[in-house]
Design a protein around this ligand. Structure first.
Ligand code: NAG
Ligand code: ZN
Length: 393
């Protein structure tokens, strides 16, 4: 997808707000501009011409969408949603126009980022969460070594993508058939969720960096393993389109990192690759490694809640899982992340501050067998009592 158009529609939505499809159609005929927005060097001029240009492109895109789906009742809304999601998940080109401080900082992120009641990240409360038992997660093909792994310097993060075979869609690296794709199920998930990408958030000091907090305490880094619901499609974009904002469109597995003295050898493929992507917008191919290697060893205890993407448009489409056991990382390894550059500065403190929980509950889930045994203790008692009764007769 053309990242310019994606960005343009996204920003237009942020600046102008929502407008009705009818209004858009009326104005359509008057707007006959080229599909490329002009390059203008002066800042203010650029801002103005961008908005103008966005409007015209937006109109054309909406118009096309309408003619393709005449029955669709919410073409504008769904198209904007899709393009917005594309924008943030693929964090377009030099121009991801959000940042973590200043005038594009989190306080100024548009729309639902500000008004939403299901925003992420959150401070996971130590008390006041409900305990729950679920079946353990089933990770399929995570020990499978993909054909290729690409590490990319994206605006505001570094991202891992997995290339499994030559038939794949460029840039998403997703396999069509579930037999060969990395996907996760159980763990309280109702469907199979396929891996789309992995990215990281970190700080420039050791006492901040994670997006989620645990009882108000931050970890120095957090990893997001992003999956889409295969119930909605075979690719990330299909799922986002078909999901239409459903709260189970994505399942993101979040992992905290804690500092240790010695290097975590399992992170070596990633950390070694970072030196080749210090420069903004660069990428490198990594030696393949099983993704299961870089997850926490104990995946049986985690927090579960419903939330959002943590970058604009902050869409509330995510089933969040935050694992209790952190992954280990050394100071030296963490420094490799902190040395990655953005356009004008180091890529650091790329985490969003926590958002209010509002009316949500956070579940504390234990999928281990011992927790199962304790849950079924009353059942054991009843069967013993029954056995005794029968024995008496
Ligand atoms: C998710 O959405 C469904 C359908 O709209 C709704 O029934 C459910 O309560 C939502 N779940 C949460 C945790 O908000
Ligand atoms: Zn993230």
């Amino acid at each position: 997808m053309n990242s310019v158009v994606v960005f343009v529609v996204f920003s237009w939505f942020g600046v102008v707000g929502r407008s009705s499809a009818v209004e858009v159609r009326e104005k359509e005929s008057g707007a006959k501009r080229s599909s490329q927005c002009p390059r203008i060097t002066s800042k203010e001029k650029r801002a103005i011409s961008k908005i103008e240009c966005h409007k015209s492109i937006h109109k054309r895109v909406v118009h096309r969408e309408e003619s393709l789906h005449p029955i669709n009742m919410f073409p504008t809304a769904s198209l904007i949603l899709i393009l917005t999601l594309v924008h943030l998940l693929d964090a377009a080109t030099p121009g991801a126009e959000f940042s973590y401080s200043g005038e594009n900082g989190p306080d100024h992120w548009p729309g639902v980022c500000n008004s939403g009641q299901y925003q992420s990240p959150i401070d996971i409360p130590k008390h006041g969460h409900e305990k729950a038992h679920m079946e353990p997660f089933v990770f399929e093909n995570y020990d499978y070594t993909a054909k290729g792994v690409r590490l990319e310097n994206k605006p505001n993060t570094v991202k891992l993508e997995f290339l499994a075979n030559e038939h794949e869609v460029e840039s998403t690296g997703q396999v069509h058939d579930l037999d060969h794709s990395m996907h996760v199920s159980q763990g309280g998930l109702d469907h199979k969720f396929q891996l789309a990408q992995i990215h990281f958030h970190w700080g420039n000091t050791d006492n901040e960096g994670s997006e989620h907090l645990l009882n108000q305490v931050a970890y120095p880094m957090e990893m997001h393993v992003v999956h889409f619901n295969t119930k909605y499609g075979g690719h990330l974009l299909d799922a986002l389109a078909e999901g239409r904002g459903a709260n189970d469109t994505l399942a993101v597995l979040g992992f905290f990192f804690k500092l240790t003295n010695k290097d975590n050898e399992k992170l070596k493929p990633i950390v070694d690759g970072l030196q080749f992507i210090h420069e903004f917008s660069s990428e490198t191919e990594l030696k393949v490694f099983p993704v299961s290697d870089i997850l926490s060893e104990d995946l049986s205890r985690f927090y579960r809640y419903t939330g959002s993407l943590t970058t604009p448009g902050c869409n509330e489409v995510v089933i969040w899982t935050i694992f209790e056991e952190p992954i280990e990382i050394s100071e030296r390894q963490l420094r490799q992340f902190r040395d990655v550059s953005q356009l004008h500065q180091r890529m650091q403190n790329n985490f969003r501050p926590v958002r209010p929980l509002h009316k949500r509950t956070v579940l504390y889930v234990d999928t281990s067998a011992s927790s199962m045994a304790s849950m079924s203790f009353p059942l054991t008692l009843i069967s013993v009592a029954l056995a005794l009764l029968i024995a008496k007769k």
